[in-house]
Ligand binder design. Structure first.
Ligand SMILES: [Zn+2]
Length: 363
């Protein structure tokens, strides 16, 4: 039985192989074609990407190194402010000018800043994830004078939140409603007293709500938002703002502000570049763009005032002056339109004395 079978297999092998060869060859070819196509697409994509993302060097003059340094400094500052301390350390090790010991004037030392931000993030963590207000309250008490001088209500907001959290039994679920109420009233008596001058109305509403602590929705007093979990986040944001102010920094990172503002401005600038190219013109004024780009209110920094009389931008030497009629003109213009210390407003017919005008300070 075996011999015929072998012989038959031997005879059949050649045509079978020949038959098999064709599909294998075909699939190999089609695979190769597909590979070629995907390779071509990837090369085209790479080229297009390179073309789109071609970045011009920031500066080509002698200040190039300083410009690069400042950019890295901004990145380092942003990471520090974001609490990414491990990343900052790595970043500082990698940048080529880590040996530059003297930072440009006005720049703060990373190490000292890191300690400050570590404290801030510790307090925020306690507040957000453990509903523990004590570290924040201790910090606010230490900074009490500075906070009051800035007109900040952080201390009151923390005390208010503490009162509410006692009333709601936050971190003290085992206490009965009556126990919570008594504890909250005791806390109010010892802690809210000192705020009566400025916040008497809010305190009255808070204490009015106490009578409704079992059924807050029915309370005709106060703001129910104060009792929602969102209140914690609001106070945490306020705390972070005040903390940044206390170390001389703005609440938002300048780098993220600049990048966001840039992203908002980019479509307009792109359109502008296209038009400039089409008309073969160039904008030559440095540090100024030919179109106005409106940014959200939070992005307004260092506003400029243009005097409506002289059409000049006001400066510290020629500051804007507020007239009693609430119109504003530059100081030099006011001097020009004044005669013997008297002027007539160029916008409304109201007359006034030169020395009644008040200087306007821009921030
Ligand atoms: Zn006027």
């Amino acid at each position: 039985m075996r011999a015929p079978l072998t012989r038959r297999s031997g005879q059949d092998a050649a045509p079978t192989f020949a038959k098999l060869q064709t599909p294998v060859k075909q699939s190999l070819e089609s695979l190769n074609n597909a590979l070629k196509q995907s390779h071509k697409a990837s090369t085209t994509f790479q080229k297009a990407l390179d073309k789109k993302l071609r970045v011009k060097p920031i500066a080509t003059d002698d200040n190039a190194l300083l410009a690069d340094y400042l950019l890295d400094y901004a990145v380092g500052m942003h990471l520090t402010r974001d609490g990414e301390f491990g990343v900052v350390t790595e970043f500082m090790n990698e940048i080529p000018w880590k040996d530059i010991t003297s930072a440009p004037a006005g720049n703060q030392d990373y190490g000292a800043l890191q300690t400050e931000f570590q404290e801030m993030y510790y307090i925020l963590r306690e507040m957000r994830s453990r509903h523990n207000l004590t570290p924040a309250m201790n910090w606010a008490r230490e900074q009490s004078d500075a906070l009051q001088a800035r007109g900040s209500d952080l201390e009151f907001q923390l005390t208010k939140l503490m009162f509410i959290s006692i009333l709601l039994g936050v971190n003290n679920e085992s206490a009965s409603p009556t126990q919570r109420l008594l504890k909250a009233m005791m806390y109010a008596r010892e802690a809210l007293d000192r705020f009566e001058g400025r916040y008497i109305r809010t305190i009255q509403l808070l204490l009015g709500t106490v009578a409704f602590s079992a059924n807050l929705e029915q309370s005709p007093y106060g703001n129910l938002d104060d009792y929602s979990p969102l209140a914690w986040e609001e106070v945490a944001v306020l705390f972070a703002q005040e903390y940044c102010s206390s170390i001389g920094l703005s609440a938002a990172s300048p780098l993220s502000l600049a990048v966001t503002a840039g992203a908002i401005a980019l479509p307009v600038l792109g359109k502008l570049a296209a038009i400039t190219r089409l008309r073969r013109t160039e904008w030559t004024t440095s540090n100024e763009i030919p179109v106005e780009i409106s940014l959200p209110p939070g992005f307004m920094h260092h506003p400029l005032v243009v005097c409506p009389v002289s059409k000049e931008v006001t400066t510290p030497n020629n500051p804007p002056m507020l007239l009693p009629c609430y119109h504003v003109v530059a100081k030099d213009s006011l001097a020009r339109i004044s005669k013997l210390g008297k002027y007539r407003c160029p916008y409304c017919p109201q007359e006034g004395q030169y020395n009644q005008a008040k200087r306007v300070y821009l921030d």
